[in-house]
Design a protein around this ligand. Sequence first.
Ligand SMILES: [Zn+2]
Ligand SMILES: [Zn+2]
Length: 345
Amino acid sequence: MRAVVFQDKGDFRVEDVPKPSIARGSDVLVKVTLGAICGSDLHIYHGHTPINPGAVIGHEFVGTVEEVGAEVRRFQPGDRVVSSFYAACGHCYLCRRGWFGQCVDKAIFGHGEYFGDLGGGQAEYVVVPLADQTLERIPEGMTDEQAIFVGDILATGYFGAERAEIQPGDSVAVIGAGPVGLCAVMTAQLFGPARVFAVDMVPERLRLAGELGAIPVDGSRVNATEFLKAQTEDHGVDASIECVGHVSAVETAIDCVRGGGTISMVGVPSKTLWDFPLMHFWLFDKTFRSGICNVPAYMRQLLDLVEAGRLRPEVIISHRMRLEEAEEAYRMFDAREATKIVLTM
Ligand SMILES: [Zn+2]
Ligand SMILES: [Zn+2]
């Protein structure tokens, strides 16, 4: 089969690799119909994520069930499915507490041997382990493009919004309007805020955020914190959702929030260590939360919200390309010529 394969830093290639087959009773073989390129794939591309040469890339995908293991209960060949970007065991203490993202046996698709040695979704086929909880069925009439993001970035945006503790009437700032930030803009509105601001510097992202109901704030023209305070009688917004991970964005997310407010960080941290402003948090009664999305806990509800027309995640897709064009797609995504690229097989 054809697949995007890691060769070396900055070198992804579309190659022939052996078609995977199911090994365990809980496995499902999925024929991939659509895969997406994610910011985490760029971390691999740049050599920031440890990975073995030959690993198949891709953790955002939808497809059709081709074959099911003997223990699989929820799926049959022919079902259209979307996958969580990782598989969790379902029976460890953390899974039983509903924290699948903290599973002691978590394995991530398309991240090679060091992250559980699963296949990737930027390929014609992928084996999905523990399929009854890793996959969700796509509702009839829903397109692949509408469904694909519930397995990663839409769930992450929602997770960030939920943990921001938004109350009806609140003002919210989303820091960073990349794919995850745009998903946070969409999902934050489910909690009933009066205003959602979206801070970014890229005109196209700001335009899209505006289309999705946010008030765009161009960080290249104004100081975002000062602007947000000026919009809120100088006290700051009630909550912020940080979707970048760079220290400067985290600082903005902290500074723009009022006393007693909440900062919810879902951006991947660009540094492992940083001087946490302890006194600031103590003095201003602020709450700081961060984390990796607990994806399987949200997929069903998000699919229902998309089906009901309450969320339109597909609007963030900027480029549709073929799997065979993946090398060019990565070049474009890396050069920020594309907001979100999906690959058809
Ligand atoms: Zn991703
Ligand atoms: Zn577990």
